[in-house]
Write a protein that binds this ligand. Structure first.
Ligand SMILES: *Cc1c(COP(=O)(O)O)cnc(C)c1O
Length: 387
């Protein structure tokens, strides 16, 4: 009998020698906080998106970036921001930091992204902004959402934590007509800096406010002062800002992760295709694909158990774990979380599509360090769990 295979984790980052060497170089350089590497990472990010008119601002998380963007747009008490119930709490919590209210709406059951018709139905005179999420790495219906926003004079901040790289109507997420787009470099995202994020905007005023608020509301940042050739001890505090800057240690990782992103993306597409093949014919709804000509970032590979599946979702996950396969659920919808449920008097019946998806969904492993053999193992374990 052969030895049992090691546990296959749900997610693993892929960190190479170049990332490690760049971190070591940073540590030896004497400049470990926000400095030249962060600036380079920002420039490289804008170059990746391919539009010089965009500004990329590095932050220490996507949560920080979402907060900065909404703050810079002037969202505050009395305002409402519409987002999807089918997301991580970070998308919505930042609205509460600002004293504004969150209006959660249901998803389109085909894409599991926010349903534009529900968004439009939820608009009130207090609505100020829409925060779509590109769920799993598939773009939300941005054409409809941007049209609704334009019609009602609303701001749009994209939660693009899953969406690097991903396109909508052939254009990269980050280059659309939204006010700001926020990417995450958390450990399990498509590139990682450990913790980190990037806010992208084409609006100079917005970028200016976010830069100031990113670092204590200071009129000049530490790196500007350090590199000035004239005495530069003077600064002004113009607002009670935050501490949201990215370190050069983290940016060192990001510079090389970004260089590898196209390769990572291709591998993710291959892995998703292998999972599609290996899981065909089972009582599962496989994840939706991007429309022809568009990119799916394949951050997550989410299957849903069909009505005729012989086990329920929880039992299915137990069986996968017993077979040594890590998996997860994205997400427990916000309407079920005590804080959101109780604050806004929410119930499952108000979000039938998100609720139904939640009860049947499982995220299977999909990451670049998986081998083709790992994919076969996942598919075999899924088949066995459904027998
Ligand atoms: C990961 C994630 C975030 C938060 O990203 P951080 O960088 O960890 O702050 C926000 N929204 C969604 C949808 C996410 O998946």
């Amino acid at each position: 009998m052969s030895a049992p295979l090691p546990f296959l984790p749900f997610a693993l980052p892929e960190i190479g020698d170049e990332e490690i060497a760049e971190v070591v170089d940073t540590l030896k350089s004497g400049w470990v906080t926000t400095g030249p590497k962060t600036r380079r990472f920002e420039e490289d990010f804008t170059a990746f998106l391919g539009e010089a008119s965009l500004q990329s601002l590095a932050v220490n998380s996507a949560t920080a970036g979402l907060h900065l963007a909404l703050e810079a747009l002037g969202i505050g008490p009395g305002d409402e921001v519409i987002t999807t119930t089918h997301t991580f709490t970070a998308t919505a919590e930042v609205v509460r930091y600002l004293g504004a209210d969150v209006v959660l709406v249901d998803i389109d059951p085909a894409t599991m992204c926010i349903d534009p018709a529900r968004v439009e139905a939820a608009i009130t005179p207090r609505t100020k902004a829409i925060v779509p999420v590109h769920y799993a790495g598939l773009a939300a219906d941005m054409e409809s959402l941007l049209a609704i926003a334009a019609r009602h004079g609303l701001k749009v901040v994209e939660d693009a934590a899953h969406a690097l790289p991903c396109t909508s109507g052939g254009r990269l997420i980050g280059t659309l007509a939204s006010d700001a787009t926020v990417f995450s470099f958390y450990a399990n995202k498509t590139i990682t800096t450990g913790e980190g994020g990037m806010v992208v905007t084409r609006h100079a005023e917005l970028a200016k406010r976010m830069k100031v608020m990113r670092l204590h509301g200071m009129s000049r940042d530490a790196f500007d002062r350090f590199t000035a050739t004239v005495p530069s001890w003077y600064y002004e505090i113009v607002a009670p800002g935050f501490k949201y800057n990215l370190t050069d240690i983290a940016a060192a990782l990001g510079i090389h992760q970004l260089k590898r992103l196209r390769g990572f993306q291709q591998r993710r597409v291959e892995l998703a295709a292998q999972l599609d093949d290996g899981l065909a014919g089972l009582p599962l709804t496989l994840p939706p694909h991007a429309p022809r000509g568009d990119l799916h970032a394949w951050h997550l590979y989410v299957v849903r158990l069909d009505d005729n599946a012989p086990v329920d979702r929880n039992r299915f996950i137990e069986r996968l774990y017993a077979a040594g396969i890590g998996c997860s659920v994205h997400y427990i919808p916000l309407h079920l979380q005590p804080y959101w449920r109780d604050r806004y008097g929410l119930a499952a019946a108000m979000f039938p599509h998100s609720q139904r998806a939640y009860e049947r969904m499982v995220s299977l492993p999909l990451y670049t360090r998986m081998s083709d053999g790992d994919v076969r193992r996942v598919c075999d374990a899924v088949r066995a769990a459904l027998s």
